[in-house]
Ligand binder design. Structure first.
Ligand code: HEC
Length: 150
């Protein structure tokens, strides 16, 4: 029977096309803008543990796109980084272990406290209740652990 042989590949092709086009225009634009920004961070004043984590971040998070993408991203809250690092870890062949993911999450959250304080404040001002207290708690924890200013 010829029909199933033709129909099945067509369905598969459609499914593949849809997953490749899964990014909406807004996401595409946001990603493109981030990709054009700086591709490194001056971590010379960061605590040693964060300098080390930066090396890990640099090698693991530049395998599929440049480091510019996470460095210039509009994500800044620890919860956002937790979600995104997990999303990247789940991508095929990302090669990021859970302990590496955790170290990278800490680095990105710490770095946001240092470099993106205004963005963090703006985001915090839109949160309420448990979401806000959890975000504040996570930020406080990183500040006391790594002694970030402010
Ligand atoms: C296996 C390939 C791969 C690796 C490794 C990878 N990424 Fe990605 N990343 C992608 C793809 C594909 C996208 C496109 C958008 C999506 O699927 O979320 C992306 C998008 C992003 C975005 C933009 C998301 C948005 O919607 O604005 C950020 C930020 C990001 N990656 C950060 C990271 C970080 C941090 C790491 C290291 C922990 C990392 N990526 C490692 C493939 C990867």
């Amino acid at each position: 029977m010829a029909i199933p042989q033709i129909v099945l590949p067509a369905v598969l092709v459609l499914a593949l096309a849809q997953s490749a086009a899964a990014l909406d225009a807004e996401t595409e634009a946001r990603i493109q803008a981030a990709d054009q920004g700086a591709s490194s961070i001056d971590v010379s004043a960061y605590p040693p543990a964060m300098q080390e984590a930066y090396e890990l971040f640099s090698s693991k998070c530049s395998q599929c796109h440049t480091l510019s993408r996470p460095i210039n991203s509009q994500y800044a809250l620890p919860g956002e980084w937790s979600r995104y690092v997990k999303r990247m870890m789940r991508k095929p062949d990302s090669g990021i272990s859970s302990s590496e993911g955790k170290a990278i999450y800490k680095f990105l959250s710490y770095d946001s406290i240092v470099r993106k304080q205004e963005l963090i404040d703006a985001k915090l001002s839109t949160l309420e209740g448990k979401d806000k207290s959890e975000a504040l708690e996570a930020i406080e924890k990183l500040r006391s652990e790594y002694n970030a200013s402010k």
